[in-house]
Design a protein around this ligand. Structure first.
Ligand code: IPM
Ligand code: MG
Length: 389
């Protein structure tokens, strides 16, 4: 396209809109985290250019990379950069290289510390089956068609952080302990988030617990009941976690917003990803009450394909869309990214993880390029339409 006309259309696109300046910490991490984060940044920059925003991106090491370079999975400078940013884009952490490390030196510890330090208690994991990809699901097409729900996972409490936690010898017996601890306030604030979200969606909250066994779950259930009274327009249902694991496979269309504690949410969200056909499509947002949010693909570092240009960048790209929406209140920009991704999938472009029989796959970079083309094309169309309006 002629650069002059491109500029003309950009100006039209930005008409009447406020332009913003934002600082974003980019933490690519390990394995495919590097590739997917770097490609997602291209999408962020393109959106910035098209809508007239300035996105300042600063990079910092985290996870195994940071252990190697700085001796800690979350170096102080990395945390400081995140605290001083408006949002964080996170790739992935972990790999066999660091499997033998002590608990404090594990790459995953960097992510957990970051969640705790930024008080990212609210983890949103949308599960949406893209039209055209339902055939790729592990389940029957009719079971997964139109699935569209969000898992709201509590992210800074429960078994992941409870004390005591550790291993010791008691006489000649070895003992281990992990603690599932919650304060009422911690449950209240996450359940509240779920109800708020359901109000804007299909008005149903499924609170998942293990109230037939766990004390923490009984309090969780009580809090869910109390919160529901303040949201008369939202339907509340309780479901035991084992039942929820089954219902996710048997009848996933029943869900709108699922709210649950940290460990249950970890497990159920990996299970739910299989409805969509690939972990490579699922974005996530981790939010606090006031500070910067963190955005990351749900998938891990996939060391077996790292550096091979095979990883699916769409989960990271969709995480950028969530950043635009949740941290920057840029709804139009977020929708532009999501629309571009949908178009690229509808046009049949596939990375290896979502390739069906007889289909060809393209690489990480090529998939990103397709999203960038789709963004440019939409901008042009919007410009032409505006010019004739
Ligand atoms: C996730 C991951 C993390 C978690 C790991 C990497 C610590 O599985 O984000 O779901 O368990 O929370
Ligand atoms: Mg997980």
């Amino acid at each position: 396209m002629d650069p002059a006309s491109n500029l003309y259309f950009q100006n039209l696109k930005g008409r009447g809109m406020r332009t913003m300046e934002k600082r974003i910490a980019i933490l690519p991490g390990d394995g495919i985290g590097q590739e997917v984060a770097n490609n997602a940044v291209k999408v962020l920059k393109t959106i910035g250019r098209q809508f007239g925003h300035t996105f300042h991106c600063s990079y910092a090491p985290v996870g195994g990379e940071a252990v190697d370079k700085k001796g800690s999975p979350l170096p102080e400078e990395t945390l400081k950069l995140c605290q001083e940013s408006d949002a964080v884009l996170f790739g992935a952490v972990g790999g066999p290289k660091w499997d033998g490390a002590s608990a404090e030196q594990r790459p995953e510890k960097g992510l957990l510390q970051l969640r705790k330090s930024l008080d990212l208690f609210s983890n949103l994991r949308p599960v949406k089956v893209f039209p055209g990809l339902s055939a790729h699901s592990a389940l029957k097409q009719e079971t997964v068609r139109d699935v569209d729900f969000v898992i709201v996972r509590e992210l800074t409490g429960g078994l992941y952080f409870g004390k005591p936690s550790g291993r010791q010898m008691s006489g000649d017996e070895e003992e281990v302990v992990d603690t599932l601890h919650y304060k009422r306030k911690e449950i209240e604030r996450i359940v509240e988030k779920a109800f708020k979200l359901a109000e804007q969606r299909n008005k149903k909250v499924t609170s998942v617990d293990k109230a037939n066994v766990l004390e923490s779950s009984r309090l969780w259930r009580e809090v869910a009941e109390e919160t529901a009274k303040r949201y008369p327009g939202v339907q509340l249902e309780h479901m035991l976690v084992d039942r929820a694991a089954m219902e996710l496979i048997a009848n996933p269309r029943q869900f709108d917003v699922i709210v649950t504690e940290n460990m249950f949410g970890d497990i159920l969200s990996d299970e739910a990803s299989m409805l969509t056909g690939s972990l490579g499509l699922l974005p996530s947002a981790s939010l606090s009450e006031n500070g910067p949010g963190l955005y990351e693909p749900v998938h891990g570092s996939a060391p077996e394909i790292a550096g091979e240009n095979k990883a699916n960048p769409l989960a990271a790209i969709l995480s950028v869309a969530m950043m635009l929406r949740h941290s920057f209140r840029m709804r139009e920009e977020a929708e532009a990214v999501e629309k571009a991704v949908t178009e690229v999938l509808e046009a049949g472009y596939r990375t290896a993880d979502i390739t069906g029989l007889g289909q060809r796959s393209i690489g990480t970079k090529q998939m990103t390029d397709q999203v960038l083309f789709a963004l440019e094309e939409d901008t042009t169309t919007a410009g032409i339409m505006a010019a004739y309006a």
